[in-house]
Structures are given as C-alpha cells and as structure tokens.
Design a protein around this ligand. Structure first.
Ligand code: NAP
Length: 171
C-alpha cells in the first residue's frame, strides 16, 4: 500500500473495510484462491454471504419442486435436475452432523463458518444468513460451537464431496 511522506494515505487510496464473498460448505473457494489468506494478512474482515447456500443447507429443500415458481434459485446450476440430487448428498451429511450435535443444519452451516473466524490464516469472518422470521433469526444466531473433532468430521465430508454446478448461471 502506498503512503505519503507524512505517513497518511494519499487521497486516491482507501482502506478496504470488508470483503463480501460467498462462503459456505457449498462454496469453499476462498480457502484455496488466496482471498481468505490475503484478507487475514491485511486484516480485512470477510462478510460471508449465502452461508446456507441460499437455503439448500437448511434441509428444507428436498426436491427441485420445493423451490417456488419465480424463485431465482431455479436458475442456479446447483439447484437444477441431476445436480440437485448430487448436491443434496452434502445436505444429508450436514443433517447427520446436526442430529449428533443436537443442533439444526443451519446452525451447523453457520457454526462451521464462524469456526474459521480469526483462526490462523483467517481474518474475522462474519456470516450473514438471510431469514424472514424471528424464529429463524433466533435459530440461526444461537451460539453453537464445533469441537476440533466436529471440524475434522466436516472436513472429511467435504474432502469426499464435489459440488455439482457452477455457483451462477453462465450468462
Ligand atoms: N453480495 C452478493 O453478491 C450477495 C449474493 C447473495 C446473497 N447476498 C446476501 O447474503 C445474505 C444471505 O444470503 P441468502 O439469503 O442468499 O442465502 P442464505 O442465508 O444462505 O439462505 C437463506 C435462505 O434460507 C432460508 N432460511 C434461513 N434460515 C432458516 C432456518 N433456520 N430454517 C429454514 N430455512 C431458513 C431462508 O428462508 P426465508 O427467507 O423464507 O426465511 C432463505 O430461503 C443476504 O443478506 C443477501 O443479500 C449477497
């Protein structure tokens, strides 16, 4: 970063306050593409959007028809046809972890993101789940901690799973 002789930032340089990026059990790109590491080095917080992969990780969507007509998720590759049922396998695994922990799948999905926050090689990470009812907001913000064993179990699940379908439609 360039600085003026007096140590202040020049007018054309602004500090980046946060990086908003998709991060969830379905979207782990930032772990490999340098975004998490760079944000950690520069102490830039990450805002993790779609932390439940647009609702997929809640376990409430079990077939493509569960997505209402007109809902834009219908156009997203991971929710379409063959990809849907392949991706549902990850949801099933998260449901198993949740059942063992006495938690819900959204809570596990969010706790997994929070478990990275401030760890070695990670900046502060703030998941921003979207929900339309008070009950869901309460559910999603309940403090669920994952143990090292839980994290290892989830990493094991992720290592055997490949998301089918790009995050966004080609156009
Ligand atoms: N910067 C970007 O490009 C970008 C892109 C996408 C999203 N975002 C932001 O990220 C935030 C969240 O993303 P998102 O809404 O796409 O995905 P999300 O948080 O991964 O999932 C939201 C979906 O999960 C459902 N849900 C939430 N909590 C639930 C619970 N406890 N039980 C069952 N279902 C539950 C919601 O249903 P209901 O809504 O019906 O309650 C909604 O359908 C939003 O603020 C959004 O603006 C940013």
């Amino acid at each position: 970063m360039s600085t003026c002789l007096n140590g202040e930032m020049p007018a054309h340089v602004v500090k980046i306050s946060a990086v908003e990026v998709e991060f969830s059990l379905f979207s782990t790109d930032i772990l490999e593409n340098g975004v998490a590491l760079t944000c950690a080095e520069l102490r830039i917080p990450i805002i993790a959007y779609s932390p439940m992969s647009r609702g997929f990780l809640t376990g409430d969507i079990k077939k493509p028809e569960d997505i209402p007509e007109g809902d834009m998720r219908k156009y997203f590759p991971p929710f379409q046809a063959e990809a849907f049922y392949e991706n549902l396998k990850l949801v099933a695994e998260v449901e198993k972890v949740a059942a063992k922990k006495g938690a819900t799948p959204p809570q596990i999905a969010i706790a997994w993101i929070r478990a990275h926050s401030g760890e070695d090689g990670f900046p502060i990470i703030i998941p921003i789940p979207g929900a339309t009812t008070e009950a869901r907001v309460e559910e999603n913000t309940k403090d669920i901690s994952l143990t090292e064993e839980d994290i290892k179990e989830i990493e094991g699940i992720l290592s055997k799973f490949s998301v089918m379908g790009d995050r966004y439609p080609a156009h």
